[in-house]
Design a protein around this ligand. Structure first.
Ligand code: PLP
Length: 367
């Protein structure tokens, strides 16, 4: 079976590097928020080209902390997409703010600026832009839109490690960006981890307190924060795995290009090609098919695992049925959720695996 992720097939040298890093941490006798975290924070700031990074417990907390550091809370509206991980919207709720869902573009599954515009009210404080599937696109238009409306642009970069537009990295376009290092992400820890990135020293200072109970100096708590500290062991693992990220990302892009060149089944639609090679890091390679369930079953029989990102748009989640949204509805998101399918596209796939996936997709016939 060609899996969506295959950690057991990672290079032995990477495994050895991680074991050595674990030894280093255990030998240090220091386990939470220490030198390993600081070193990784510095390295990730370099990767993103930002001045501040704050390691936190996970990607969802990074979003919540970014919102709270910007004083976005009760009564404030944050516009985002219904086609995202549940965590994106849950983080807005956890900050006490009101999520408002705008529709997506069919060609990319990314937030539609026209729909965002229809969602703006007096209470809008931010657009939370999700770089879905690893794509950064149309950034200048979102920056300009937010500036014109006097609202913040915040980036959900959980799927967009190393993704770039005009030479700049995801997370450096808005006032703050949130990364997740959940195991399946392009840079994944063997556990939970996340980081907030920003060029704003005040946001950074506030986030640094918020992640640690709102503590300023030891045992002094000027504000009520959360416990979302990054472990030394996860930071050390991330530092090690970061040395492989460029190579792994380039492999994802090569696989994606092979899919683009090779998939020619008329009943399978590909998303639009990226603005540039660097603008899509292919966290997921997603296609649309009207007979999605049949395609998924066909691929399973041909030895290809697939997943659906995501089967329910956020406003169809039982806990979010009354969520605020574009007054014209969210038809494109609903259509995408009903037809999208993610093909395996991870760095451990061999050329033969890639060809197997292409051939299997091309052999699919509508009943
Ligand atoms: C994974 C993910 C998150 C949440 O990250 P966690 O580390 O799992 O909390 C948020 N947004 C998007 C788009 C994601 O893919």
């Amino acid at each position: 079976m060609i899996l969506m992720n295959d950690f057991k097939c990672e290079p032995p040298a990477l495994r050895e590097g991680m074991l050595a890093a674990a030894q280093r941490v255990l030998g240090s006798g220091w386990y939470v928020l220490g030198k390993e975290v600081e070193d990784f924070e510095t390295a990730w700031a370099g990767v993103c080209g930002v001045s501040h990074t704050i390691g936190v417990g996970n990607g969802m907390d990074a979003i919540e902390i970014a919102l709270r550091a910007l004083q976005i809370g009760p009564g404030d509206e944050v516009i985002t997409t219904p086609m995202t991980a549940f965590a994106t919207v849950l983080a807005i709720y956890r900050a006490g703010a009101i999520p408002v869902l705008a529709d997506i573009e069919a060609e990319t599954a990314l937030l539609s600026l026209d729909s965002v515009e229809r969602c703006v009210t007096q209470r809008t404080k931010a657009v939370l832009l999700v770089h879905l599937y690893g794509q950064v696109r149309n950034i200048a238009a979102f920056q300009e839109f937010c500036e014109q409306h006097g609202i913040y642009l915040i980036e959900d970069c959980a799927q967009a490690h190393l993704a770039k537009s005009e030479g700049r990295a995801a997370g450096s376009f808005g006032v703050a960006g949130a990364y997740s290092f959940y195991p399946t992400k392009n840079l994944g820890a063997p556990g939970d981890a996340g980081i907030l990135v920003t060029n704003d020293p005040d946001i950074a200072a506030k986030a640094g307190r918020l992640r640690n109970y709102g503590q300023s100096v030891r045992y002094h708590h000027p504000e009520l924060g959360l416990n979302s500290r990054l472990d030394e062991i996860q930071a050390a693992m991330l530092t090690e795995r970061l040395t492989w990220l460029a190579e792994f990302t380039s492999r994802r892009q090569t696989i994606a290009q092979a899919f683009r060149d090779g998939i020619n089944n008329p009943s399978v639609r590909l998303l639009e090609a990226p603005e540039s090679k660097a603008a899509h890091v292919y966290h997921l390679f997603v296609v649309n098919c009207a007979q999605r369930e049949a395609l998924q079953e066909h691929l399973r029989k041909e030895g290809v695992q697939t997943l659906i990102h995501y089967p329910l748009p956020l406003h169809h989640q039982e806990s979010c049925l009354s969520i605020q949204r574009d007054p014209q509805g969210l038809p494109v998101s609903e259509q995408h959720a009903a037809t999208c399918l993610s093909l395996p596209c991870h760095p451990q796939m061999s050329d033969a695996d890639v060809q197997t996936v292409i051939d299997a997709v091309n052999r699919f016939q509508v009943a």
